[in-house]
Every structure is written in C-alpha cells, then in structure tokens.
Ligand binder design. Structure first.
Ligand code: AMP
Length: 219
C-alpha cells in the first residue's frame, strides 16, 4: 500500500516500536533518522562524528545535517510509500520534506502524533533496551526478551542508549516541548494531522493507529 506517513511525538512514546510493526504489516520502508544517526556513529563516519555530541546530550542535530542526510536517502523511500519515524522534528525539516515530495509530484498522506503522559514516557525511556545488532526494542518490565540481555529476534546483545539516561531524557523532552506546537499546527492546517493515544501496550496503539488511518477497527 502506497501510504506516506510521518510519525511525530515525544521521545519514548513508542513511535519506533509501532512504526516497525506497521511497516511489517503494510510492507513499507521504515526510516528512522535516529537509527540512521546511530548507524553513522557506530560506523565512525564523518556524519556520525558531527552528530554524536548532540545526540549524547539529548539535543537535536542541526536541521542542515538532518535534512541533508534524509534527502540523500530520499531515493530509497521510493514512490511506493514510507513510514518516517523521528523526522520531521522542526518546521524547516517539515518544509524540506514537503518540497522534496512535491519536486517528485508526491505528497504526504498523514502526520500521526502519538500522545502519552510524561511519567509514562520517562518510564519507557529509562527502561528501554535496544538490540545492538537489529535495533529491536525491549523494556525491562513491559517488553522483556525471553532471555535477559539477549534479543529474541536475532540473539544480539541488548544495550541502553546513552541518551536514555536521566539527564539526556530531560533535555530531549524539553526539546520536544519547544518544537511540537508549530509542527502540529503546520500539519493541522494542511488537514493531515491525526492524534493517537499511545499509553497502552504496543498492540493496542497499533490497532488505534490502523483505525485512525482507516485500515482497521478501533481498539
Ligand atoms: P531518536 O532515536 O528518534 O530518539 O533520535 C535520537 C537522537 O538523534 C535525537 O535525540 C537527536 O539527537 C537525533 N535526531 C534524530 N532525528 C532527528 C531529527 N529529525 N532532527 C534532529 N535531530 C534528530
């Protein structure tokens, strides 16, 4: 299905988990700018070197760098639809995406905003663990792997992101709060914004998302 979606919302709201599930169901590419930056850091590339300090502090990487990185991969998104996760995070990023789409005579279908209370988000971020190998997402209480510290999907080692520690979490939530309003107004004014409650488990949130997109029944 050629659906072009951006997923918005605070860090830790569950965008990545639900994005992976929906991408699997619909057979769409899932592109997470956070994952792309983490790959660049792990690979020791120039881009990774430029982004690392911002990421470790929980700050946003400057628009210029993020937009350049995304547009370089734009071809991979294809005309067949995509799920963008963690991009855009600022108004200039949203505008750059719209321009790139319209240059290719394409447009977004929906901008989905995931909502959850701050205490839920902080709990999710501080308990989150990621597979170093395949990027699968776990939680120390809510989404535990069968064997502690080992990924169910690929057997990779689970680790805690350096920006999932309390100091960086505070900065990330502030960064989000500062920029969310204009971004939501931008998409609302284009009639693209839908909001999805994301406090329940991932399956329920996915069902709500599918219903909001007209793909299934409400949970
Ligand atoms: P995420 O995995 O989406 O939480 O992203 C991790 C970190 O990567 C963020 O805290 C930022 O430092 C950086 N990052 C990812 N996407 C963006 C973006 N669209 N704009 C700016 N920085 C980003």
């Amino acid at each position: 299905m050629a659906l072009r979606l951006v997923l918005l919302g605070p860090p830790g709201v569950g965008k990545g988990t639900v994005a992976k599930m929906l991408a699997g169901t619909l057979g769409l590419p899932h592109v997470s700018t956070g994952d792309l930056f983490r790959e660049a850091v792990a690979g020791g590339t120039r881009l990774g070197g430029l982004a690392k300090g911002y990421m470790d502090r929980g700050e946003l990487v400057p628009d210029e760098l993020v937009i350049k990185m995304l547009l370089e991969r734009f071809g991979e998104l294809g005309d067949g639809g995509f799920i963008l996760d963690g991009f855009p995070r600022t108004l200039p990023q949203a505008k750059a995406l719209d321009e790139a789409l319209s240059d290719n005579e394409l447009s977004l279908d929906r901008a989905v905003y995931f909502e959850a209370a701050e205490d839920v988000i902080i709990d999710r971020l501080s308990g989150r663990r990621i597979c170093r190998n395949c990027g699968a997402i776990y939680h120390v209480r809510n989404m535990r792997p069968a064997v502690e510290g080992v990924c169910d999907e690929c057997g990779g080692e689970l680790y805690q992101r350096s920006d999932d520690r309390p100091e960086a979490i505070k900065v990330r939530l502030k960064e989000h709060a500062k920029r969310a309003g204009p971004l939501l107004d931008y998409y609302a004014s284009r009639g693209l914004l839908v909001k999805v409650g994301a406090e329940a488990d991932a399956e329920t949130t996915l069902a709500r998302l599918e219903a909001a997109l007209g793909l299934g029944e409400p949970a």
